[in-house]
Design a protein around this ligand. Structure first.
Ligand code: HMG
Ligand code: MG
Length: 318
């Protein structure tokens, strides 16, 4: 029997989460690819502005080789200069034990190991195979846990690879399982080059959810093809309620040529506000943070909502 319009609507109606946790990765993912040196003081001020805007999770920097990513060479100085808020959690990237050993004295709350669903990207990004990367991460996870730190894993290129092209859900699940086996606490599925579309994102997320609970799976969407908000909505439909975003839409990965920034935090907060989903973030203060860092970099924010709200303010002031 064919469903009536109303019945069809209620059948497709889904419960989306009432609150969402946003991890602003702007200070790390956003700035890592900047060719111009960004002063440590400006990075610190960005973190301060984000926490003042209500962000409760901030990815601050990465403890990687300064030869590979020069912009993150001031990692310890940035961590030391932040005025910490007790209710804010600060995370850093640690690709190996050397990175973790350098990070520990700076007291992060969480560390991130980052692998890839494609062999080619693993080689270009961290100079080893997927299997070798997981071997390297295992002692990082163990030592982080001994030190009371939570470990998040990022699975890069889960929706496409700049070197390999298509990446299958099976390849995603393979890495997710390896990460689970070494004891990471959380699994982030990353669309490094932004080619994912909603149904494919749901298929990748389904694989992560086979191995991690709903509260420990998140999405990390670069917005290169303008799909990120749709992909986040597709995740909300599955109950996923944690996302990495980047203030002002900053960023890109130095080992994924042409990849633009993460979805802008301002755009995501605007959408979530419209859906009645709580983030605890003050959109006006967030727009100011985006305008601040964009000013430092000498360009307009990439965020559509950020630009629109700034233009609205200017008009109101005129
Ligand atoms: P390697 O060259 O294979 O490492 O690099 P190695 O163990 O052979 O050491 C070579 C040199 O690097 C040595 O120094 C080590 O001491 C040093 P030397 O003796 O030549 O003077 N070294 C380090 N220095 C500082 N911190 C460290 C460290 N480790 C070794 N932790 C390594 C391997 C992983 C270090 C390198 O490939 C690297 O740093 N890659 C950078 C990767 C990166 O930061 N990529 C961007 C972040 S990931 C990302 O953006 C994706 C994400 O957003 C999700 C998504 O969107 O997909 C998370
Ligand atoms: Mg990224």
């Amino acid at each position: 029997m064919e469903a009536t319009g109303a019945a069809a609507l209620s059948e497709t109606f889904v419960m989306i989460p009432s609150s969402v946790k946003i991890v602003d990765v702007g200070p790390r993912d956003g700035l890592q690819n900047e060719k111009q040196p960004v002063d440590t003081a400006h990075k610190v001020e960005l973190v301060h502005r984000l926490q003042a805007a209500g962000l409760r999770e901030i990815e601050v920097t990465s403890f990687v080789s300064p030869k590979w990513v020069p912009q993150m060479a001031d990692n310890a100085a940035v961590m030391a200069a932040i005025s910490r808020q007790p209710d804010v959690r600060y995370s850093v990237l640690t690709p190996n034990l050397k990175g973790l050993e350098a990070a520990l004295p700076t007291h992060p709350d969480e560390v991130v190991v980052f692998g890839a669903a494609s062999e080619a990207f693993s080689q270009r990004n961290i100079n080893c195979s997927i299997a070798e990367s997981v071997e390297r991460f295992a002692p990082v996870v163990a030592m982080a846990h001994e030190n009371g730190l939570k470990v998040r894993a990022a699975v890069s290129c889960a929706l496409g690879c700049p070197y390999q092209g298509e990446v299958s859900a099976d390849e995603v699940e393979h890495v997710v399982k390896l990460m689970k086996a070494i004891g990471v606490d959380h699994c982030g599925i990353a669309d490094t080059i932004g080619t994912g579309t909603p149904k494919r994102v749901q298929a990748a997320m389904e694989r992560a959810l086979k191995h991690f609970p709903l509260a420990e799976v998140s999405g990390h969407f670069h917005d290169t093809y303008g799909q990120a908000l749709a992909n986040i909505y597709a995740c909300l439909e599955m109950g996923i309620h944690q996302f990495d975003t980047s203030v002002a839409g900053l960023g890109g990965c130095p080992y994924a040529k042409g990849a633009t920034g993460n979805v802008a935090t301002e755009d995501v907060v605007f959408m979530l506000n419209g859906l009645g989903i709580d983030t605890g973030i003050d959109l006006d203060a967030l727009v100011d943070a985006g305008a601040f860092i964009s000013g430092v970099l000498g360009r307009a924010p990439v965020s559509r909502a950020g630009k629109a709200l700034l233009a609205k303010r200017e008009k109101a002031a005129a």
